[in-house]
Design a protein around this ligand. Structure first.
Ligand code: A3P
Length: 420
């Protein structure tokens, strides 16, 4: 049996909680998170009066304000503000997430915002301050950064690439892209988009493609690279018709080619590395490059087909004139990158910028590395893996096999290479 004073104390505690609950609804009204804020309101109601009246707060009893105060002693002024700030932050976050979602799906609001950005007349800032390249994250995670940059500078907007590195796989495409990314007038999409060679992506349409690009200024060149484009038959036609539809006539194509035998060995090394990672068997070079009888080159092997440049080039020249395409010498880019980069600058109509300050030879890696604005960096370990040894007989067979297609390419493009 409870004593009467114990019952009274319980009653007071119950009523104090009721005050909190009522105040919660009548003041901040933002749910549980506001309980502490509501307590602050209770104190305001309670303190100026001698007694907290039933009609004021709808309680069935009369409370001494000191008792309410005693129960609710953790009060302080900022509580209600904190609750409101939390509410505002929640709505801001929800709005931001909705925008990101709409934008990544190419929905109208995102497009409208971007066209507003494009039409804005804010003058460009000076070339070397806030115009450092904004890159797409490897997994597309830098969109928050893009949005913040676009909000700060309305002249920034995702734009269609004005240059595409179309290949060739293992030709040195990453090195070329990274080196060009140091140029302040070049904005690179870091991720390989595979837009023109994947039906599913291509069906999403041009606007989707544009929105995958990092924001750039009007006078900058957005550069995409997907090395698979060069060897996929449907790609040149798709690029040509899409850009014609968009009325963009100044698209430039960059193709980096290496000695087809070196490229083949590089491709084989990469393929075997991937098989090893997946726990699959790794056939020897002879097994994949030669037919079963061991006498001929296995032309069914994809890596061989990719090195037959002339056939792929014919397909590209059906859709693009030669002056829209620059062939970078991939072997030279390894040995002596600067002259090749200068050729690219000229071809893309960029102001001359890249120089010997931007590159240094790293003897440990055996390659040129980048002296970027922020840090020195080499390409990652997937570039420059040791190639397998090729026995003399197989090498001679490969040289003989590639001789004709190589000469056909030289004639097609009006350029020769120092290939075996
Ligand atoms: P290997 O790994 O066979 O040596 P891609 O980027 O198109 O996949 O091409 C990879 C090739 O780029 C590498 O082939 C490497 O030889 C070449 N390459 C050219 N310049 C390079 C550089 N500065 N650093 C690393 N690799 C470079």
């Amino acid at each position: 049996m409870l004593s009467s004073s114990c019952r009274r104390r319980r009653r007071i505690r119950h009523d104090a909680l009721e005050v909190v609950r009522l105040a919660l609804h009548s003041t901040c009204g933002v749910g549980k998170a506001s309980v502490r804020a509501a307590r602050f309101q209770v104190s305001v109601i309670a303190i100026p009066q001698n007694r907290l009246k039933t009609e004021k707060v709808g309680l069935s009893s009369v409370l001494a304000p000191e008792r309410v105060w005693g129960r609710l002693k953790n009060l302080h002024k900022g509580h209600c503000m904190v609750a409101m700030a939390r509410k505002a932050a929640f709505f801001a976050f929800a709005f931001l997430m909705a925008c990101v979602f709409l934008r990544s799906h190419g929905a109208a609001p995102g497009a409208a915002v971007q066209s507003a950005f494009r039409n804005a007349s804010t003058p460009l800032s000076s070339p070397h301050d806030d115009r450092r390249p904004l890159r797409a994250g490897k997994h597309g995670h830098r969109r928050g950064r893009w949005w913040r940059a676009m909000a700060r500078d309305p002249s920034l907007s995702p734009r269609f690439p004005r240059a595409i590195i179309i290949g060739v796989r293992k030709g040195g495409t990453r090195a070329l892209l990274e080196m060009l990314s140091m140029h302040p007038s070049v904005i690179t999409a870091e991720k390989e988009l595979h837009f023109f060679n994947t039906d599913e992506k291509f069906s999403k349409g041009p606007e989707w493609y544009r929105l995958q690009m990092p924001p750039s200024h009007d006078d900058q060149v957005t550069l995409e690279k997907t090395p698979a484009y060069f060897t996929e038959p449907e790609v040149p036609g798709r690029i040509a018709s899409m850009y014609a539809g968009l009325n963009i006539t100044d698209l430039r194509l960059l193709l980096i080619l290496r000695d087809p035998i070196d490229r083949l060995l590089s491709d084989y090394t990469q393929l075997m590395h991937n098989r090893g990672e997946r726990g699959k068997a790794r056939p020897s070079l002879d097994e994949v490059l030669l037919t079963r009888d061991g006498k001929h080159i296995n032309t069914d092997y994809k890596a061989i087909q990719r090195s037959l440049y002339a056939g792929h080039m014919e397909n590209w020249l059906r859709h693009f004139s030669r002056d829209h395409l620059l062939i970078v010498d991939g072997d030279r880019l390894i040995r002596e990158p600067l002259p090749e980069l200068k050729r690219v600058e000229q071809f893309l109509g960029l102001p001359s910028f890249l120089g010997s300050d931007h590159l240094y030879f790293n003897a440990t890696r055996g390659f040129y590395c980048l002296r970027d604005v922020r840090r020195n960096r080499c390409l990652n370990d997937s570039k420059g893996r040791p190639h397998p040894n090729v026995n003399a007989t197989l090498l001679a067979q490969l040289q003989e096999f590639f001789r004709k297609p190589n000469h056909k390419l030289y004639t097609l493009v009006g350029q020769t290479f120092d290939w075996a």
